[in-house]
Design a protein around this ligand. Structure first.
Ligand code: NAG
Ligand code: NAG
Ligand code: NAG
Ligand code: NAG
Length: 858
């Protein structure tokens, strides 16, 4: 009831806020000085562009360079605009109200469907600010003269919205296409390929064959993003038959570049920063905390930046800092390492790291003749040597300090005294490459061996490489596999080469291509812009985020695929306007989004993302982006359930068994699946499963007593009731109080009209919600029933008691033992009948209607 009142009230307030803002905007719009000037006036203050053409032509720049250069100068003046006021994140009361106010506004005054936010060219041409407008005009002139840079800039402006130019994917495609055909520019070919592949913004019809053609052309020219796309398409069999050899060819070329890039870094290699995160994980996965594979079971400890766990992590850092200052060495070391490595929420801080490492190391190697601290707790004795290793590494690589091999070597030697692996490995690097010491491969290998035996992956890779050089492939592979277990890119690279060429192990193209793919994707910064997309997402620029993730998705990054699918999924508002105004029929504009989303869920699912597989099931079940097909849905759920990780899939299967949707109705199997769901995820699945089981028991029992055709729950004794009960229920049904053909199905539809309690839009599992709601209603019903039964029985008992006392009094008065005995027997029988009547009144009883009214209207 509450939410029913709350929603219109919120909307009302929001609407006024909106109107107010609109008028404010209009007011602001009217004082733009140049917007009303006639076209001829625009250049009055600056030199007309055509004035200096002659001069430029004489310099040999004839294909529109003058116009292009002037446009560039103008563009430099354009300030990037802030995110428009209505593009809040749709969270919080204000954000939500503003969002719906905007939707409402469009519905009421624009006579159209609410505006789409993602991937659309805005339908009305927007007025551009004066400098931008002039720049665009100049660029068009230059483009008309086939100036490649002008074409490129125009294309980018229309595609990415640079310089706050409104996006127009149609125009972007036209310009990229022009450029690609003009001079075979690989970037433009890649973009044309990307747009053909995705049909983004409706700019072109999706055409996978052309996409493949353009990507291949660009890949041949060394465009890494296209190479990756072609590799993935051959690998996964998208738009082309699976072709392992071709996949390897492309993945291998990228892997070589990745390794080259890594090795081009300071000693020890470039650190490969990872920016690919599943944005859904910030909310506990696509099904929310606990219901998703990614945040339950063995992944339960992984939290996103914005998850509650993560904020707790920042508290932990604060706590660590406090303890470190009080002299807790372990926490100080961990903090220093955290500073050194950085994390997703906190950037690296070499200065802090160095300060802390130094403080720890100085406990053993004090500066000015002070004595070494000997009072360390045995547990803390390993930290000073480890800190020495890190200090040496910072000097070796020049991180936060001037690179200095001599100082590095000093620290490594100190660490090695105490058997620190990092120091051993790094000392090996010094000798291997002859940094500040004479090159000595043998010495290097002894240091590497010591570190490798201490299970230091980077050293294991070096050992593997050394053994490989000497032809001992078996030992080499052992080392690579050890290091690969820690996710080291070089280990995967060696394994890929060995596997693909069949050296030391069976030749396998499939496995080889998989390894190459891992290598290519570990160097994600070479081919993707995850960091930019993440930032755009954080800033609420969903379109830019979506485009960034989609490019990665096309290149085969599972994280990109799941992010795109999640964003397109999000494009569907939690509760649509239809909830508020049933007479407004929204056009099926989102269908294409759902179609794209399904494609990416599917691709992500094929890369072993079980949450995505469950999503594929959902889309088939609800007919989103495809024909509704419960059987395919069931198959997807089954496949996800087979992983034994997805409680959601098991739950859904239980539900489908319970209701006979897509698979045979079978209460017994339904219970099995619910139980498995609980087993898979005991913590979060508890409540929904318990509720579902209550309902299921009720239905199964119901099925049994009505001799239904469905297999009932079997391993538990079915609750035994007197015949009179089912008799009453049959009567009850005959009276059609439950509008239900007697099959006993309580379909979810029966409860669809009920308002959702609270309407909490952060609550992620919609389906689960209605299930819980349904179960709760049933629980409430059975509770009310039970109470009435109890109450009736009590009252009946009291009345009976009174009557019996009366009868006894009468009998005593009569003083006839024989008659009295007969009366008692008759009285018992009568009491039996009356109790029956008490529990479930006879339908012919006038009380019956009251009873029913009480039971339903609770
Ligand atoms: C987008 O570009 C196309 C093709 O250049 C053009 O026909 C269309 O009017 C443009 N749309 C807007 C809103 O500017
Ligand atoms: C494509 O053209 C643009 C503009 O001329 C240029 O900046 C870019 O480097 C070109 N791309 C390639 C791969 O040559
Ligand atoms: C336009 O913006 C995108 C995304 O921010 C960027 O990658 C691209 O380099 C920009 N293009 C130009 C021509 O500035
Ligand atoms: C999902 O992937 C499977 C396996 O490649 C494919 O058969 C199926 O058609 C795909 N479904 C959709 C909707 O793309």
């Amino acid at each position: 009831m509450k939410s029913r009142l709350l929603r219109p009230a919120l909307l009302f307030i929001a609407f006024f806020t909106f109107l107010f803002s609109v008028s404010a905007l209009q007011f602001r719009g009217s004082d733009r000085p140049n917007s009303q000037k006639p076209i001829g006036d625009r250049h009055s203050s600056s030199t007309p562009p055509w004035d200096d053409w002659g001069a430029q032509t004489q310099e040999g720049q004839n294909s529109g360079w003058a116009a292009y250069n002037e446009a560039t100068a103008l563009l430099a003046k354009v300030r990037p605009t802030a995110t428009p006021w209505w593009e809040f994140k749709k969270s919080g009361v204000l954000g939500t109200s503003a969002y719906y106010a905007k939707e409402l506004f469009f519905v009421l005054f624009m006579n159209g469907p609410p505006q789409q936010q993602l991937l659309t060219t805005s339908p009305n041409a927007q007025k551009l600010g004066p400098p931008l407008r002039d720049a665009v005009k100049l660029l068009r002139e230059a483009a008309a003269e086939h100036n490649p840079d002008a074409l490129f800039t125009l294309a980018e402006m229309n595609f990415y919205g640079n310089y706050s130019h409104p996006r127009n994917y149609t125009e972007a495609f036209r310009r990229y296409h022009q450029l690609a055909t003009l001079n075979g520019n690989a970037t433009a070919q890649y973009m044309v390929g990307f747009m053909y592949a995705t049909g983004i913004g409706g700019a072109v019809q999706q055409d996978q064959a052309r996409a493949m053609l353009y990507h291949s052309l660009a890949a041949e020219q060394g465009e890494i993003r296209s190479a990756m796309t072609v590799a993935y398409r051959n690998y996964a069999g998208i738009a082309t038959p699976r072709n392992c050899e071709d996949a390897v060819y492309w993945y291998r070329s990228i892997a070589n570049r990745a390794i080259e890039y890594m090795r081009s870094g300071p000693p020890g290699g470039h650190a490969l920063v990872r920016d690919s995160y599943r944005i859904a994980d910030e909310h506990g996965g696509v099904y929310g905390e606990g219901a998703s594979v990614s945040s339950s079971g063995r992944h339960a400890d992984r939290g996103g930046v914005h998850s509650s766990r993560y904020s707790a992590f920042e508290d932990v850092v604060e706590y660590m800092d406090l303890q470190a200052r009080k002299g807790n060495i372990e926490l100080k070391f961990r903090l220093a390492k955290h500073n050194y490595e950085g994390s997703r929420s906190t950037p690296k801080n070499f200065l802090e790291a160095k300060k802390r490492f130094l403080e720890i190391a100085r406990l053993y190697w004090p500066k000015d003749g002070k004595t070494k601290s000997t009072s360390l707790h045995p547990h803390d004795k390993r930290y000073p040597p480890m800190a020495a290793g890190f200090l040496g590494r910072m000097f070796l690589r020049g991180e936060g300090v001037q690179q200095n091999f001599a100082i590095a070597k000093t620290w490594f030697a100190r660490g090695i005294e105490y058997g620190d692996q990092l120091s051993q490995y790094s000392m090996g690097l010094l000798y291997l490459h002859g940094l500040g010491v004479p090159q000595d491969a043998f010495k290097a290998s002894t240091y590497f061996a010591a570190a490798a035996d201490n299970n230091f992956p980077a050293a294991q890779i070096r050992m593997g490489a050394l053994f490989l050089d000497q032809g001992d492939v078996a030992t080499a592979i052992k080392y690579f596999e050890l290091a690969g277990g820690h996710g080291y890119i070089e280990a995967y690279y060696y394994l890929a080469e060995l596997t693909y060429n069949g050296v030391g192990r069976d030749k396998s193209c499939e496995l080889g291509s998989a390894y190459y793919k891992v290598v290519s994707e570990k160097a994600e910064m070479l081919s993707t812009t995850f960091a930019e997309a993440n930032q755009a997402y954080k800033d609420g620029d969903l379109e830019a985020a979506l485009v960034g993730y989609m490019m990665a998705a096309e290149q085969g990054f599972e994280v990109g695929q799941v992010n795109v699918a999640y964003l397109l999924d999000q494009a569907k508002p939690r509760f649509t306007l239809n909830d508020l105004m049933p007479f407004v029929r929204k056009k099926a504009a989102l269908a294409s989004d759902a179609f794209l989303a399904l494609i990416y869920w599917n691709r992500s699912a094929e890369q072993k993302n079980y949450d995505s597989l469950v999503k594929v099931g959902d889309y088939y079940l609800n007919g989103l982006g495809t024909q509704a097909d419960p059987e395919k849905a069931a198959a997807a759920y089954q496949a996800a359930a087979d992983s034994m990780q997805s409680a959601q899939a098991l739950w859904n299967l239980g539900w489908m068994h319970e209701n006979g949707i897509g698979i045979e109705q079978d209460f017994h199997l339904a219970k099995r699946h619910y139980d498995l769901a609980l087993e898979t995820n005991p913590r979060e699945a508890y409540l929904p499963v318990i509720l579902a089981l209550y309902k299921l028991r009720l239905r199964s029992w119901w099925n049994t007593v009505t001799h239904g055709s469905v297999k009932s729950i079997q391993d538990e004794p079915v609750v035994k009731k007197e015949w009179s009960f089912s008799e009453w229920i049959n009567d009850f049904l005959d009276a059609e109080f439950l509008n239900d053909g007697g099959g006993g199905h309580l379909d979810p539809d029966d409860y669809e009209d009920s308002p959702m309690p609270g309407g909490d839009e952060d609550y992620d599992f919609d389906d689960l919600d209605s299930e819980i709601l349904e179960s709760l209603i049933i629980l409430a019903l059975s509770g009310a029933l039970a109470f009435l039964v109890y109450y009736r029985a009590q009252r009946q008992r009291r009345q009976e008691e009174a009557r019996r006392q009366q009868a006894q009094a009468q009998a005593l008065n009569q003083g006839n033992a024989g008659v009295n005995g007969g009366n008692v027997v008759a009285g018992d029988a009568q009491q039996q009948r009356q109790q029956d009547r008490g529990v479930f009144p006879d339908p012919n009883d006038p009380d019956f209607m009251n009873w029913v009214a009480g039971g339903i209207g609770h």
